[in-house]
Write a protein that binds this ligand. Structure first.
Ligand code: UDP
Length: 253
């Protein structure tokens, strides 16, 4: 079989050239990193769970009219997506204080914010993805004012959708990060939700117990990351109940 061309290898995913022009295969790895890759591990089954969960959220978003890069899932670890030019921003939406914001503002984690807050970090690992004011974005030419209006409206729609879906299964959406890509169609460009939406890029707390069901389990050594992600997948009905993300050998009689 011909080897496929690798386009890019990131911390949690590898991108390969897709079968048609303008398509890309996203392969979800089991690698987990935190604190700008200072903490690393391989968590068996994480890639499978994130592939399935990201498919679920992207399809749901498309169903409510939010454009995404997702085309179809190919197998347990790969999905076909539209190739797009990623805007170099992490678009972060917060409903409750947590993580860097709780620290920066001295607010207790879990405090509900007066309204959803959208903030932007410049995607640059060497700089540690610094938080940037909106004025930098236009001034440095990363996105136009029209793009920023569209990004804000996409981010808030994603927030409403994800918050509702999660609330329905007893989970509070504390915050999340999305990335936005440009897709070119002739002379026109469209903005779409790109990258992934998974417990790697969201904070998810059980409504009753405040148990963490996201990457903080890894960042803060709170237990098994696969158990946490499997719980999210089971509640959403994404992985059939009892089906492990990693298939184990079974005895054939
Ligand atoms: N996030 C992410 N990738 C990043 C930084 C943040 O997916 O490089 C997500 C993170 O999982 C959380 C939200 O964005 O859901 C807000 O993260 P925060 O700024 O609090 O950063 P952290 O606490 O991870 O430093």
């Amino acid at each position: 079989m011909a080897r496929r061309k690798k386009i890019y290898e990131g911390k949690a995913k590898t991108l390969y050239e897709g079968p048609e022009p303008g398509t890309i295969v996203q392969y979800f790895k089991d690698d987990a990193t935190a604190f700008n890759a200072e903490k690393k591990d391989v968590i068996e089954g994480k890639g499978v769970l994130n592939n399935m969960l990201s498919e679920y959220f992207m399809l749901g978003l498309a169903n409510v009219g939010v454009p995404t890069h997702f085309l179809k899932r190919l197998n347990m670890r790969e999905q076909l997506v539209r190739s797009c030019e990623i805007i170099p921003l992490e678009v972060i939406v917060r409903n409750y204080a947590a993580g860097s914001m709780a620290k920066r503002m001295g607010i207790e984690e879990g405090t509900q914010l007066p309204r959803p807050i959208v903030e932007y970090s410049y995607k640059d690992d060497a700089l540690g993805d610094p938080l940037v004011p909106e004025e930098y974005i236009a001034a440095f030419g990363w996105a136009s004012q029209q793009d920023m209006d569209d990004i804000l409206s996409i981010a808030l729609r994603v927030n409403d959708f994800l918050s509702g879906v999660m609330y329905g299964v007893g989970i509070k959406l504390i915050d999340f990060k999305i990335e936005i890509g440009r897709v070119f169609e002739g002379d026109f460009q469209r903005l779409v939700v790109a990258d992934e939406i998974s417990p790697d890029s969201c904070r998810l707390w059980d409504i009753e117990t405040c148990e963490k069901l996201d990457k903080d389990v890894f960042r803060r050594d709170l237990g098994s990351l696969t158990d946490a992600y499997t719980e999210v997948a089971n509640r959403l009905g994404v992985m059939p109940k009892g089906q492990p993300p990693v298939s184990k050998p079974t005895l054939i009689n």
